[in-house]
Design a protein around this ligand. Structure first.
Ligand code: F6P
Length: 488
């Protein structure tokens, strides 16, 4: 099977380049290995009619990386507009931050249609398409409109929220109906999958039986594939990175002081204000911890043209400055705050240097930083992960110290507990988490999804059984299910 992977952001195969965000960094090693073609945005735009939309196509491991210049007239409405000012806030249960126009929606659909046309270049009889993330909810439907009958899968890297929240997105119904053009939709957690399933049943009044939704497009399997990392490889990289100049400089600068680390995109879903407030509270309530522990917070700017992100950047910078002003000394800075990205290789070494990893999003699909922090630890003397119970990773990493990121006092107490945890307990918790990470690697995630996509394209679910669901009559003619015209 020829696999074509599609995502908005892609990554080049250079381990030393900084990477913003989990998706591209996570996919790079597996896509490289699989021989797939990875298609995404070049990060640039182009005006007018383009005969050849691909700006660059280059080798990527056994496959290729193909980057498109997206249409200039629609890029802003698509990326800053509908994707990141309507879908992103809603998917992270912040419908109060939705700011969107009809034009943004039209641009989003235009870019989805543009990508579908560009993908035809890679279509062969045995091709399967695997679309990543919320930028391309309607891409499957656009491909179907162009006559593509090959398997098309979709994986959502973010959470899927409750019904009332997703209903805050204009055109939600049209979009979610379009999503049912996919043969397989994958989610990070059971809760996300269940929320989507409830929407399909109660909003679209479509039958869902044994994890398969039936629509005018045919069958769509809904399933859970929690994304993982290559824990052993990351552990090796962390051990090696300890001699990297940036990591060595950090160690030397600590003078025996302990370190907590947070690494996030500068995004309101990451709970940065709450986290920094918790450190402030900890140093206020336990003055003995001043000078003995500091926080290294890396907050990589992203989506800076969106007002909510600009506001957050100002708020976090001001808060860090207040906290440093309140607790700092002439020779001690409580929070080292950096607005830039680091390569995976350097991050691995920074994680290993820190005795506490703080991953406290208000809501997060998975959060691979949590997994990477654990994998980077020295097995003989591991650090402690303080993890939000609202990160998808909390389902697996349940021996981390789980916190409610809205409970500032609770977080402050838990960070202090992490700092004084005895070695035996740290090792027990670390070993339990490593076992989980080794049991669910990124390679398995990739292979499971692709195998299920292949099966979803061919499986035979009795449409009679589906139709027999009494309470859920479909408003659509079940053309595909009845005629098998689109059944793979
Ligand atoms: O969480 C969803 C996601 O696609 C991540 O996988 C990725 O880290 C992030 O968003 C990238 O955001 P952007 O490309 O807008 O910086």
């Amino acid at each position: 099977m020829n696999l074509v992977v599609v995502s908005n952001r892609v990554a080049r195969g250079k381990a030393n380049e900084p990477m913003t965000g989990g998706l591209a960094a996570a996919l790079l090693p597996v896509v490289e290995h699989s021989g797939a073609i990875w298609v995404g945005s070049s990060g640039r735009v182009r005006d007018g009619f383009q005969k050849e939309p691909f700006a660059e196509i280059e080798a990527l491991g056994a496959g290729a990386l193909a980057m498109l210049d997206l249409p200039a007239a629609h890029y802003g409405g698509y990326y800053e507009g509908f994707a990141n000012s309507a879908l992103w806030p809603a998917l992270h249960s912040r419908s109060d931050l939705i700011r969107v126009s009809q034009g943004d929606y039209l641009s989003y659909r235009e870019v989805n249609a543009f990508m579908a046309r560009a993908l035809l270049r890679f279509k062969k009889p045995d091709t399967a398409f695997w679309v990543q993330d919320y930028h391309f909810l309607a891409l499957g439907a656009e491909l179907r409109d162009l006559g593509v009958s090959e398997p098309i899968g979709f994986f959502l890297h973010t959470p899927w929220p409750a019904l009332a929240t997703i209903e805050g997105v204009p055109h939600h119904r049209e979009l979610i109906e379009a999503m049912l053009a996919y043969d397989l939709i994958g989610f990070q957690t059971e809760e996300d999958c269940e929320n989507f399933r409830s929407y399909v049943k109660s909003e679209l009044h479509l039958p869902v039986h044994d994890g398969v939704a039936l629509s005018r497009y045919g069958r769509t399997r809904l399933a859970v594939f929690p994304i993982g990392i290559d824990a052993d490889k990351f552990a090796q990289a962390a051990a090696k990175a300890i001699s990297h100049p940036d990591v060595s400089r950090l160690r030397r600068s600590l003078h025996g002081e302990r370190l907590a680390i947070g690494v996030d995109r500068l995004d309101y879903s990451k709970g940065l204000v709450n986290r920094i407030t918790a450190f402030d509270r900890m140093w206020t309530n336990q003055p003995g911890l001043t000078r003995t522990v500091s926080l290294l917070q890396i907050a990589t700017p992203s989506r800076g043209a969106i007002e909510a992100y600009g506001n957050l950047q100002n708020d976090v910078a001001k808060l860090v400055s207040d906290v440093n002003g309140r607790h700092g000394e002439v020779d001690w800075t409580p929070i080292r705050y950096l607005n830039k990205g680091y390569s995976q290789a350097v991050l691995a070494g920074l994680y290993r240097t820190a005795q506490v990893g703080v991953v406290t999003p208000l809501h997060d699909g998975m959060n691979l930083v949590a997994k990477e922090y654990v994998a980077a630890q020295n097995p003989e003397d591991p650090g402690v992960l303080v993890l939000s119970k609202f990160a998808g990773a909390a389902n697996e990493l349940d021996t981390a110290l789980l916190v409610n990121p809205h409970d500032i006092d609770g977080m402050a107490r838990t960070i202090a507990t992490a700092l004084t945890m005895p070695l035996t307990e740290r090792r027990l918790r670390y070993e339990a988490m490593m076992e989980k990470l080794r049991n669910r690697t990124i390679q398995q995630w990739f292979a499971d999804f692709v195998a299920t996509l292949r099966d979803s394209g061919t499986e035979k679910v009795s449409s009679d059984t589906l139709m027999a669901e009494p309470e859920e009559a479909s408003p659509w003619p079940l053309r595909a299910a009845q005629s098998a015209a689109r059944v793979h």
